[in-house]
Design a protein around this ligand. Structure first.
Ligand SMILES: [Zn+2]
Ligand SMILES: [Zn+2]
Length: 352
């Protein structure tokens, strides 16, 4: 079968590889319909290995070179021994968090932060391929008529859904979202669905500002044009927002997300940071502000996202800025995301 395999930075090859063997007990084999290119895939392309193991991974044994891709939808074509929750022919959107099941966080149900976490498509072979084997327990089964393009966005949207879930009730609240890429836009739509009365998006790119409006942002602040914190204070009678979500992963906007909230407000940190920020913890001990970290999701969040997609409160369509073939993944996928960063949100890839 055809697959996009990561060998080294700037060295991803579309090549013919053996189809995955029959699924092991507890696994299913999925025929991939669509798989989105994630920011983390792009990071691996430009600067990897970051998450990709160069030694056998403690959970999966996988190491480079391996097949990328974790935001996908497809159809189950084979099930391994003992699988009872998924059947051949089911449409699925698999959760990417392969986990050990025995560490303390797994036992608490927070397997997204398993001590041996292995992301599909980064620490195990992924879905930029015609077929992929994944654990059955991670497969969210979709209604038979579910749109498989939209279904490939359930995984990234689930990250924003969980961030909103961890923030607690947003009903009637003022929310600030830093960054409106895929995760920021998903968080924005989920915050609106959760009843936030005012959503302020902080964004610099013209294309993304337009999309933020389309996805329900009430106010858009551009740090090139205004003092963002002063504007947020002005909009909240001097107090600050109730809740903020940092969806960029930038050393400047990390502390700003905390500065933007009122005393006893909540800042949810979603971004993936490369550099450390300078931060005075007195701004927490003097204010009762709460900072919440969040990584990924659990499969319950897939259920929530699928429900909101079905009801129209979440929209996948505006986020899809490209549909390409696996053969074109370098030129029309990774290179396109590098060269036209602002114009793109999510490019989805079909292996067929
Ligand atoms: Zn991702
Ligand atoms: Zn674990």
């Amino acid at each position: 079968m055809k697959a996009a395999k990561w060998y080294a930075k700037k060295d991803i090859r579309v090549e013919n590889v053996p189809e995955p063997s029959a699924p092991k007990p507890g696994e299913v084999k999925v025929k991939v319909s669509w798989c989105g290119i994630c920011g983390s895939d792009l990071h691996e392309y430009l600067a990897g290995p970051i998450f990709i193991p160069t030694q056998p991974h403690p959970l999966t044994g996988a190491q480079a070179p391996l097949i990328l891709g974790h935001e996908f939808s497809g159809t189950v074509v084979e099930v391994g021994a003992g699988v009872t929750t998924v059947r051949v022919g089911d449409l699925v959107a698999p959760d990417a968090c392969q986990h050990c099941g025995v560490c303390v966080t797994c036992r608490e149900g927070r397997y997204n932060v398993c001590e041996k976490l292995a992301f599909t498509g980064l620490m195990a072979d992924g879905a930029f391929a015609e077929y992929v084997n994944v654990p059955a327990e991670l497969c969210y089964v979709l209604p038979a008529d579910f749109d498989l393009e939209a279904a490939s966005l359930i995984e990234p949207l689930a990250t924003g859904f969980k961030a909103v879930r961890l923030a607690g009730s947003l009903i009637g609240k003022t929310v600030v979202i830093f960054g409106t890429g895929t995760i920021g836009l998903g968080t924005l739509m989920c915050a609106k669905a959760a009843g936030a009365s005012t959503v302020i998006a902080v964004e610099m790119s013209a294309a993304r500002k337009k999309l933020a409006k389309e996805c329900g942002a009430d106010i858009i602040l551009d740090p090139k044009e205004c003092d963002v914190i002063a504007e947020i204070k002005k909009l909240t009678k001097g107090s600050g927002a109730d809740v903020s979500f940092e969806c960029i992963g930038n050393k400047i906007t990390g502390p700003l997300a905390i500065e933007a909230i009122r005393n006893n407000g909540k800042a949810v940190i979603v971004g993936i940071f490369e550099e450390a920020s300078s931060f005075n913890f007195f701004s927490l001990s003097a204010t009762d502000k709460v900072v919440i970290g969040t990584l990924a999701y659990t499969v319950d969040d897939f259920q929530g996202v699928a429900n909101l997609l079905a009801s129209g409160q979440l929209k996948a369509e505006p986020l899809i800025t490209g549909r390409i073939k696996l053969d074109d993944i370098i030129e029309k996928g990774f290179e396109e995301l590098v060269n036209n960063k602002d114009a793109n949100i999510k490019i989805i890839v079909s292996p067929n």
